[in-house]
Ligand binder design. Structure first.
Ligand code: GRF
Length: 185
């Protein structure tokens, strides 16, 4: 199953998917890694591995619809069977969602439907919940509202801040996300 992975940042989920593929735990191939940020460390990792990369930058004042169209064309040029959002920090426009309908998965650092949107871990700490985790879901037109495929839970400790909770959540993401991609494959 050909994956196009969208990233904006560190790329620890991209690494965990690549490792799972290498170890035969995820029946997929990394067709391309696409970013909105030219300096995303995730791109560096992809280049080191010889995975094709593309950057579709969004600049202040850019036309949103045109950027979405450029992004969708770039994604389509790699013929993805599944689009993987792995720390992609921009909301995809309706034209992108429709073009890859039912074939986009995201990992969110909270137990949806609680704490959607920006900074799930900080929201969980503020709310004082004792359990949080990650959600792998299909992407629809809302923000973190698509059908839930799998969740993994972690405790929230009294000493946690957003960063320490996020780090604990990511250890679960790194196991769950490649597993769900393998299920889909
Ligand atoms: C992950 O925690 C994911 O839940 C959220 O963005 C983060 C990306 O981290 N959507 P990384 O770039 O994969 O390390």
């Amino acid at each position: 199953m050909r994956l196009v992975v969208l990233v904006s940042g560190r790329g620890s989920n991209l690494r965990s998917i690549a490792q799972a593929i290498d170890e035969g735990r995820c029946a997929a191939t990394l067709a391309a890694v696409v970013s909105d940020k030219a300096d995303a460390p995730a791109l560096e990792f992809a280049r080191e591995r010889g995975i094709p990369t593309d950057v579709v930058p969004f600049r202040k004042g850019d036309d949103r619809a045109a950027w979405n169209e450029r992004l969708a064309d770039t994604m389509a040029s790699h013929s993805p069977e599944l689009v993987v959002l792995a720390g992609f920090m921009r909301i995809l426009g309706p034209n992108v969602i429709d073009r890859f309908a039912g074939r986009i998965v995201n990992v969110h650092p909270a137990l949806l439907p609680s704490f959607p949107g920006h900074d799930g871990p900080a929201q969980a700490v503020r709310a004082g919940v004792r359990l949080s985790g990650c959600t792998v879901h299909l992407v629809d037109h809302g923000v973190d509202t698509g059908p839930i495929l799998a969740q993994g839970a972690v405790p929230v400790l009294p000493t946690d801040d957003a960063a320490s909770l996020h780090a604990r959540i990511q250890t679960v993401e790194h196991v769950l996300f490649p597993r769900v991609i393998d299920w889909i494959a």
